[in-house]
Design a protein around this ligand. Structure first.
Ligand SMILES: Nc1ncnc2c1ncn2[C@@H]1O[C@H](COP(=O)(O)OP(=O)(O)OP(=O)(O)O)[C@@H](O)[C@H]1O
Ligand SMILES: [Mg+2]
Length: 252
């Protein structure tokens, strides 16, 4: 049986027009991302990483080519259906956090839930739970400017998780952080992946990139290679666990 692709893109192209000049940001990109995948995308500045993430996040449309979400062609869907898919399935973490400076951590995390049918109390409870999960239980009522970069990024991650997305897209989530804090944030994503979510991370940090299961290397609007990262397939991990378990039992 073929694995279930949560996203598939086919011959994705994106051209931006700046006056008379054309910028070919994507020049034919094809890939499939499976349920429970952990993918990192690397490549030099300007090669099209953010462009592709915005398209995957249904925040932008390609000039040509197709994107399928859970087998459904995005271009066949209405704006309402796209908004619904985006809100229901996708959590987006941006490089510069985009937190509201006037709202506390717990209020920022509640923002995406405003359009859900949760009561105010439920929203607050959910936000508190997510901030605990990302290690911020003692920073709930701080404003963004009272938080460190790493803590702000944790708030942004908690916010991206507020609608229980199954697909988490992060564009340089560690780009703005010192390397140690970046690694802590990476652990948050690994944990989310461990819980069964699909994670796609854009990064320029090779250390972060290697931690994924699959690494896509981009150059000039194309994916030029795909290599295996350090992270093993979850099925393999399970098999190894079972083998170890059996071994231990045998020793006893
Ligand atoms: N709105 C736009 N209008 C015109 N050109 C754009 C626009 N957005 C991006 N571009 C161009 O498209 C190309 C790809 O941009 P993109 O933001 O995807 O790069 P990136 O790989 O994310 O780079 P970085 O690592 O610097 O974030 C770049 O050459 C950029 O200048
Ligand atoms: Mg970018």
């Amino acid at each position: 049986m073929e694995k279930e692709a949560v996203i598939e893109v086919r011959d994705l192209r994106k051209t931006y027009y700046l006056g008379q000049t054309k910028v070919h940001a994507l020049r034919g990109v094809d890939f499939k991302i499976y349920k429970g995948d952990f993918v990192s995308i690397v490549g030099p500045s300007g090669c099209g990483k953010s462009t592709i993430m915005h398209i995957l996040g249904l925040l932008d449309t390609p000039t040509s080519g197709d994107i399928f979400i859970n087998g459904q062609k995005a271009s066949d869907l209405s704006d309402e259906e796209l908004t619904f898919l985006r809100n229901k399935n996708i959590g987006f973490v941006f490089q510069f956090f985009f937190l509201s400076p006037y709202l506390s951590a717990v209020e920022n995390v509640q923002l995406p839930m405003i359009f859900s049918n949760k009561s105010e109390n439920e929203r607050k409870k959910k936000a508190e739970e997510l901030l605990k999960k990302t290690g911020l239980s003692d920073r709930m009522h701080h404003l963004p400017n009272q938080l460190s970069g790493g803590q702000r990024q944790r708030v942004a991650i908690a916010r991206a998780l507020s609608n229980n997305p199954t697909l988490i897209l992060a564009d340089e989530p560690t780009g703005n952080l010192d390397s140690e804090t970046g690694r802590e944030i990476l652990e948050v994503f690994k944990e989310l992946w461990n819980q069964g979510n699909t994670v796609v991370i854009v990064t320029h940090d090779e250390y972060v990139a290697k931690k994924a299961k699959r690494i896509f290397r981009m150059l000039d609007g194309k994916i030029i290679s795909e290599v295996k990262g350090e992270e093993l397939d979850r099925k393999v991990i399970k098999e190894l666990d079972t083998q170890n378990h059996k071994k231990k039992k045998g020793v006893k």
